[in-house]
Design a protein around this ligand. Structure first.
Ligand SMILES: *[C@@H]1O[C@H](CO)[C@@H](O)[C@H](O)[C@H]1NC(C)=O
Ligand SMILES: *[C@@H]1O[C@H](CO)[C@@H](O)[C@H](O)[C@H]1NC(C)=O
Length: 288
């Protein structure tokens, strides 16, 4: 008895809430379905778009008319700012544009949406001060995240390989080409700091570009980290000045690093070990 009651209530609610119910009740046409029916009855009216409806009868996120594709709300209303030419719209999802618009309509604030110009989710999304690689629905891929100030260090892959992964794949397909290096990629697909080819090891930027001046022979490269070389190069690219890098000739951090006029012993990442420091003029007194 109880179960029957719940069942009847549920059925009534389904019929009441959802015009597309299949319980013998005639379907109520949605705005999109209506526009589509009218289009199909008379398709050749110039400028009339072909509406695209989703399975629930709402307007699909992306609509195209003429040469433009753009993003719409569920009820078909345009979301300003995300129109692109239809020959550039293949990857356009409009998921970000719509979800951002729906979020803004709730009056809530604080959630950050990084939409591309076509209204898709950017491959980097952030929550609070942390940023990560995201899929087409804006959901985090994997577990690594970086502070927002280091967002540009993320090298996110959306259905395609990074340059390093591509070079590695090509190498693996055909390893015996003379002079071809074995690229080393890090866990997020960037080039590792140190690469070796032939008898030389050297330091590279994340995108694989050589950093001049830090070549060593393979047999002398065991301790080579290239951390100093890359961080110095990245720092110089920001055009900031004032930070001092003491790199060894293989691009590793020297065991003595200085900040301003103070010098101290440092680890392989250039971070101070312990608390003692000396004036730069007494640097040689450090026994690191
Ligand atoms: C569609 O929904 C938006 C937001 O809910 C509303 O502002 C707009 O007037 C609606 N448009 C139509 C055609 O119903
Ligand atoms: C790698 O990055 C550097 C600095 O950001 C840039 O100058 C260089 O052109 C890039 N190289 C490639 C192959 O993308």
């Amino acid at each position: 008895m109880q179960m029957n009651y719940i069942c009847i209530v549920t059925l009534l609610c389904l019929i009441f809430l959802d015009g597309t119910s299949s319980y013998g009740v005639p379907n109520k046409e949605t705005a999109c379905q209506r526009e589509l029916r009218i289009y199909q009855q008379e398709p050749n009216v110039p400028g009339r778009r072909i509406p695209v409806c989703d399975t629930l009868g709402n307007y699909a996120h992306k609509q195209c008319s003429g040469s433009q594709c753009y993003c719409v709300l569920k009820n078909g209303t345009h979301i300003p700012g995300f129109s692109v030419n239809n020959w550039e719209a293949e990857q356009q999802t409009c998921y970000c544009a719509r979800e951002q618009a729906e979020y803004q309509a709730t009056g809530l604030i604080g959630k950050m949406f990084r939409c591309t110009i076509d209204g898709s989710y950017d491959s980097i999304q952030c929550t609070g001060p942390y940023c990560y690689c995201a899929d087409q629905h804006g959901k985090q891929i994997g577990e690594s995240s970086v502070h927002i100030t280091e967002m540009n260090s993320l090298n996110c892959i959306i259905g395609k390989e990074t340059a390093c992964q591509r070079e590695l794949r090509i190498y693996q397909q055909e390893p015996n080409v003379p002079g071809r290096r074995i690229p080393v990629c890090d866990s997020i697909g960037n080039y590792a700091h140190k690469q070796c080819s032939g008898s030389q090891c050297y330091c590279v930027l994340k995108n694989g570009t050589h950093i001049p001046g830090f070549y060593v022979n393979v047999w002398e490269a065991e301790q080579q980290t290239c951390y100093c070389a890359r961080e110095q190069a990245e720092y110089e690219a920001t055009r900031l000045v004032g930070k001092m890098f003491r790199c060894t000739n293989d691009g590793s951090y020297d065991s003595i690093q200085c900040t301003g006029s103070h010098c101290y012993c440092a680890d392989q990442h250039g971070k101070q070990i312990g608390e003692s420091s000396v004036h730069i003029t007494k640097m040689d007194s450090l026994n690191c």
